[in-house]
Design a protein. Structure first.
Length: 267
């Protein structure tokens, strides 16, 4: 699964639906993550792996300028559409790889990367780049998903994805789901005052058919899997997954997911 999610094309394939289906829920984590940061009106901020602008759009109200980078051209297109729709003039989107940031050193008062670095094949390089472009003493805010045992949503997804008999779609935990690994990486790059906080948000499932349709559209591993199956194979697996969901959930069921919110400072 991680190999797939380290490719821009996998995110291109879900960009529009990620924006439509996931952005609002993901914003809850951005809000929680930024609570401890006293945002200043004159700040220049960088959002790495910005997606459709979940965090950038929120930040733009409080700071002077947000530079937003993502390696998926489609995510950047969706962000540009969102900026236009909301008449925002202080977000500057750019297609770029987070492992090679197109900025000079010591440029930013804050760097944020929500659920981005966990997908980088060279995570330490991504962290070094963030360190390089931060001003001395400036904060960084990062996040990743905790282990599925802390998340009823991840457990439900895992069980439903298992009907697709596919390692790509179902295999293993996300990287950076253990706090010791996160802390060790930040220490290695030289960040100080590293803090890792557990944050949990939940949502009501609603109609199960709609819940499942949204998962299929917004999930890069499932979109990839669908492309590699015949319609008959896909239909059979999908029926079994839906049957499972309908026997375990109802419209008022509440599912939740737990993230690690990481804050640290450059020396
Ligand atoms: C789960 S989404 C998170 C988007 C957004 N930060 C949010 O909180 O909703 C992960 C994003 O990371 C981006 N991404 C993954 N690897 C990347 C890399 N090496 N460089 C830049 N962006 C990357 C993907 O294109 C995708 O938009």
């Amino acid at each position: 699964m991680m190999e797939l999610l380290s490719q821009a094309s996998a995110w291109d394939a879900v960009a529009i639906d990620y924006d439509r289906v996931n952005r609002q829920f993901m914003l809850e984590f951005s809000r929680s993550a930024l609570k401890s940061i006293s945002l200043q009106a004159n700040w220049r901020v960088l959002d790495v792996a910005c997606g459709p602008g979940t965090t950038s759009l929120y930040l733009s109200e409080f700071v002077d300028q947000v530079d937003a980078v993502d390696f998926s051209p489609k995510m950047i297109q969706v962000l540009k559409r969102n900026i236009k729709a909301e008449h925002i003039d202080n977000i500057f989107p750019m297609e770029a790889n987070g492992q090679d940031l197109p900025f000079d050193e010591s440029r930013f008062d804050l760097v944020v990367s929500m659920f981005g670095l966990m997908f980088f094949p060279e995570r330490l390089q991504g962290l070094r780049e963030i360190y390089r472009v931060l001003k001395p003493g400036a904060p960084v805010v990062l996040s990743s998903w905790a282990l599925a045992e802390k998340s009823s949503f991840m457990q439900t997804l895992g069980a439903a994805f298992a009907f697709f008999h596919d390692e790509e779609a179902t295999g293993g935990a996300f990287p950076w789901s253990e706090t010791a690994d996160i802390k060790s990486d930040l220490d290695q790059v030289g960040f100080n005052s590293v803090q890792i906080e557990e944050v949990y948000h939940e949502f009501e499932v609603g109609p199960i058919d709609r819940f499942w349709a949204n998962i299929v559209k917004g999930s890069a591993p499932l979109v990839d899997r669908k492309q590699r199956m015949t319609p008959e194979e896909w239909g059979g697996c999908e029926n079994r997954a839906l049957e499972y969901l309908k026997s375990h959930l109802h419209e008022e069921s509440v599912l939740g997911t737990t993230a690690w919110i990481i804050t640290a400072h450059r020396d």
